[in-house]
Design a protein around this ligand. Structure first.
Ligand SMILES: NC(=O)c1ccc[n+]([C@@H]2O[C@H](COP(=O)([O-])OP(=O)(O)OC[C@H]3O[C@@H](n4cnc5c(N)ncnc54)[C@H](O)[C@@H]3O)[C@@H](O)[C@H]2O)c1
Length: 307
């Protein structure tokens, strides 16, 4: 059995569908309701509840730990809650797994651990300098995850995810990626908002490539270092809007707002280590991923008529 904490969320629900389709027995643990239509077992529980995690992990082959507070601005407003869930919750999960005899915890770390990168593409050896409590709690948790390999002989893997996008991402979430926000603006007939010049770049990786990366990591023996999971491509926000507009087949101009404090200028993953260690090879181009998001089954998609 594979346990997925945070399995009701954007990444968790997609990963859960993939693993269920491939015949893995899956147990989701989340404080939110289960993903609609899931065939996985669902248990409503918090990762902060150690005794329940210990019981629920018994007999699992691996725990994929995705549960987290993912709101970067929220972490600045309330660093304590962010630390409790993201760092404390991860330590709970690790201890519960170790004591339940689970060999492997796969962890969803974040590109936020790098802060403002000095070099592009960003390799895992790049210094870490998080700019928010969220980035710091993800880094702290990641360090615990990897320390458990050397201390207790676990086979844990930490994946540093870049900007994940795709179907199922809630635009209303404060953390929602810019792709979901732009798609929502299109569907409501609004102009997409860009904070700053639009020349800032991101590495957009499709949700199906991320789900596949976790599946690949299930089959390896763990490492003492994290692995970057991105597309390996750098795209500016202006390029992103232009591509989305072209796919939609309509014209709209972005509206430019004041830059957000702490917004990083560039981001792009060096994915060669993940390729070498787990055979990770992203297969969905940004154009294909956006097409399937905006025009599912070749139809209008997310209210493209409104653009
Ligand atoms: N989406 C991205 O671009 C991205 C990038 C880097 C890292 N990550 C990481 O990937 C993971 C999943 O992110 P997501 O985008 O699917 O976010 P999400 O908010 O959609 O999912 C997180 C899930 O965790 C659950 N959760 C929160 N607190 C919990 C608790 N105490 N106990 C049990 N469940 C709890 C939430 O209910 C939610 O279903 C997170 O750890 C996040 O830090 C995401």
């Amino acid at each position: 059995m594979i346990v997925i904490t945070g399995g009701s969320g954007f990444i968790g629900s997609r990963l859960c569908s993939l693993l269920c389709e491939e015949g893995y027995p899956v147990r989701i643990i989340d404080i939110a309701p289960p993903p609609p239509g899931t065939t996985a077992e669902f248990v409503r529980a918090s990762v902060l509840d150690f005794p329940r995690m210990h019981r629920l992990f018994a007999g699992a082959e691996a725990v994929i730990h995705l549960a987290a507070l993912v709101d970067v601005q929220g972490s600045i407003a309330d660093p304590f809650s962010d630390f409790q869930v993201n760092a404390g919750g991860t330590l709970n999960v690790l201890e519960a797994a170790r004591k339940a005899g689970v060999e492997k915890v796969l962890y969803s770390s974040s590109a936020a651990v790098y802060g403002n990168p000095k070099e592009i593409p960003i390799a895992e050896s790049h210094p870490t300098a998080p700019l928010s409590p969220y980035g710091l709690s993800k880094l702290t948790a990641e360090r615990y995850v990897l320390l458990y390999n050397s201390l207790y002989g676990m086979k844990n893997v930490a994946l540093r995810l870049f900007n994940v996008y795709g179907e199922g991402q809630r635009p209303s979430s404060p953390y929602a990626g810019v792709v979901a926000k732009f798609a929502e603006a299109f569907s409501e007939g609004r102009q997409p908002e860009i904070f700053g010049s639009g020349r800032q770049t991101r590495d957009f990786v499709h949700i199906s490539d991320v789900a596949r990366a976790f599946e690949l990591a299930l089959h390896c023996d763990g490492f003492g270092f994290p692995l970057n999971i991105g597309s390996g491509k750098e795209t500016s926000l202006i390029e992103l809007v232009e591509l989305m507009v072209r796919i939609a087949g309509k014209k709209t101009q972005p509206v430019f707002r004041e830059p957000k404090a702490g917004d990083i200028a560039r981001s792009c993953a060096d994915i060669s280590l993940a390729r070498q260690k787990i055979g990770y090879c992203p297969s969905v181009s940004l154009e294909e991923g956006l097409r399937s998001l905006l025009c599912p089954e070749g139809r209008g998609g997310i209210g493209l008529e409104a653009i």
